[in-house]
Every structure is written in structure tokens, then in C-alpha cells.
Design a protein around this ligand. Structure first.
Ligand SMILES: [Mn+2]
Length: 321
């Protein structure tokens, strides 16, 4: 099915259902919330007679973007369920997504697990929020932005592109952001809310710079053991703010941040300026985009194995580029 045909098929399903419940991934980021609640707000504006819900539990410090709704199990009966920004079904926040009448996936990650009755995946989009904006722009007679929907989608784009910095940013991304900005929300305030960090995270980024291990090919590694997180007063969800820190350093080519979890294992955040790192992530219980992925390491031994694989990828990349 062609892209536009799929989007029309999704719109036809939306029109059919009187109740629509929208999910996103666990440990949400601005794009997860932006695409999810942005779509919810668009549907509320475009179809005021429908019941629209956004679900998935606490938003971990992103409540300046939106808050979630509570729904009961029985409300899933006869409902349409849409999931945004989530590549794999086991990462969907709130497992009741299976209780709906029909399931739609809308995403921009590689389509490793094509779940759902209908799915629209565009890996060329900077963010899922950009896809939701495109959806509205394709059907201007039927779908309408509100000021808040525009704010949420803009926030999602800013979050996933690192304020239009990361390579997934295209001319189309910038044009879409411009269309959204015309809705008049306070973009300056939103940019600041997304970008600002707490004093404890600022101090932790000092630790990251001081303790970065770096080899001659640009392979970087930072390990954040539980004791360090406790010393700096930072919890795992806040570490997303320091993932991009090593990337500012000229010699760094690809890197991993290994954050120890209360259970003992390490959550791994992988980033790259060139070498493709999502295959590596898949070998270690993870996945993601070619230049931005996540994985998990059982123990310090697996942490070192992953670092050695980053080193190999950097070395190969240096030899071929
Ligand atoms: Mn995203």
C-alpha cells in the first residue's frame, strides 16, 4: 500500500470509531508524548463528538507537555487503539492496548516488529510528531491542528532532533516546524522547558566529561554505577539529558552511556556520528535508529563486550571513510 493510501485507510478507521485510545512507549520522551497527545488534541478538535483518551501512566518530568487520562478496561470494548512512536509491542506503555477492537501503529523507528491491524511507518521522518503533522497536512479538510496540538508536535520534533541538530533533521522537518509555529504557542518557553537541566544533572555532565573513556578511533564509553547516580542525586530517567554530552567532543565518533539500574543490570544508550549502531543494539536486547539506539547489558562483562563492539565499528568506519 502506498503511503497516502495507508494514511487514508487510517483516517477512515478514525472516522468509524466513537472512542479512540492512544498509547505510546514506556519511559516517554518529548516525541512520545508529543505525537501521542498531539494526535489526541487533533482528533478532539476535528471530531468533537468522539471520546479521545491518552494513556500510559506517569510522564516522568514531562508534565509541562501533557498529563495522561485514566480509562477502565471496559472502555477498550469497541474502541480503536492507536500507538505512536513505539517500535516494539513490549515497549508499549499500558498492556491493555490489546483489549481494543482494532490496533494501529504509527512510528518512525525501523519496523522490526510490524504489529497492529494497520501500520504507517516512515523511517525518513525526524520524529513521530513530524509524521502526525504530515497526516494533518495531507487531509486539511478533515483534520485540524489546535494551538496545543501544534505546541505538542513542535515539542516532539525539537526533542527528537536535539533542536534541529541531529542528522534526521530535513528541510521538510524545518518547514513542518514553521507551519506548527504559526499556531502561536510560546515556542521560546517550550524550547527552554525541553532544554533546561537541573543542577544535579549539570554536575553529572561534569562527571561524564571527566570520566569518558576514549580510544584512538573515537569510541567512547561512560559507566554510571548506582553509587555515582546516588552521589549526584540523579535517577535513571534524568540521565537522558546527558546522553548527547560526549557528542560535542570533536574526537568522539560513537559512544555508549552505561547506566546501572537498581536491579543491577545496565541500561545502555548508544549514539553515533557515522558508524551504524542499531545492529549492535539488537544483539544486546535492544534496538533503535541507525545512529541512536538503546540496549541492555546483564553485567560489567557485557558492558565491556558492547564497548569492544563499538570500538570495532569505529575502527572499520575510520578505515572506510
Ligand atoms: Mn521518536
Amino acid at each position: 500500500m502506498k503511503d497516502l493510501d495507508m494514511l487514508s485507510a487510517i483516517l477512515a478507521e478514525i472516522k468509524k470509531y466513537s472512542r479512540i485510545i492512544i498509547h505510546r512507549h514506556q519511559r516517554p520522551d518529548p516525541d512520545a508524548i508529543g505525537s501521542q497527545v498531539g494526535l489526541a488534541e487533533i482528533l478532539r478538535t476535528s471530531f468533537p463528538e468522539k471520546e479521545i483518551y491518552q494513556v500510559g501512566g506517569p510522564v516522568e518530568g514531562l508534565d509541562y507537555l501533557a498529563v495522561m487520562d485514566e480509562v477502565t478496561e471496559s472502555q477498550y470494548q469497541g474502541a480503536l487503539v492507536i500507538v505512536t512512536d513505539t517500535a516494539n509491542s513490549d515497549r508499549i506503555s499500558d498492556k491493555r492496548y490489546v483489549l481494543g477492537d482494532k490496533l494501529i501503529k504509527i512510528d518512525h523507528h525501523p519496523n522490526d516488529e510490524p504489529y497492529g491491524d494497520l501500520l504507517y511507518v516512515n523511517t525518513g521522518a525526524s520524529s513521530c510528531s513530524e509524521i502526525i503533522a504530515d497526516f494533518v497536512l495531507q487531509f486539511p479538510d478533515e483534520l485540524k491542528f489546535s494551538e496545543n496540538a501544534a505546541r505538542l508536535l513542535y515539542g516532539g520534533i525539537v526533542g527528537d532532533t536535539g533542536r534541529f541538530l541531529y542528522p534526521a533533521t530535513t528541510a521538510h522537518t524545518l518547514r513542518t516546524a514553521a507551519v506548527l509555529m504559526d499556531y502561536g504557542f510560546n515556542a521560546n518557553k517550550l524550547n527552554r522547558e525541553i532544554d533546561q537541566i537541573s543542577m544535579s544533572v549539570a554536575r553529572l555532565s561534569g562527571f561524564v566529561n571527566q570520566n569518558l573513556r576514549l580510544d584512538e578511533n573515537g569510541a567512547g564509553q561512560v559507566i554510571l554505577p548506582s553509587e555515582v547516580l546516588a552521589e549526584y542525586g540523579v535517577v535513571d530517567s534524568e540521565t537522558s539529558a546527558i546522553v548527547s554530552v560526549p557528542g560535542k567532543i570533536d574526537q568522539v565518533l560513537a559512544w555508549g552511556i552505561f547506566v546501572q539500574q537498581p536491579e543491577g543490570y545496565y541500561r545502555v544508550r548508544l549514539r553515533s556520528k557515522g558508524p551504524v549502531i542499531n545492529e549492535l543494539a539488537k544483539r544486546h536486547h535492544g534496538g533503535g535508529h541507525p545512529l541512536a539506539s538503546g540496549a541492555n547489558a546483564h553485567d560489567l562483562k557485557e558492558v565491556q563486550e558492547i564497548y569492544q563492539e563499538i570500538q570495532r565499528l569505529c575502527q572499520e568506519y575510520r578505515e572506510n571513510n
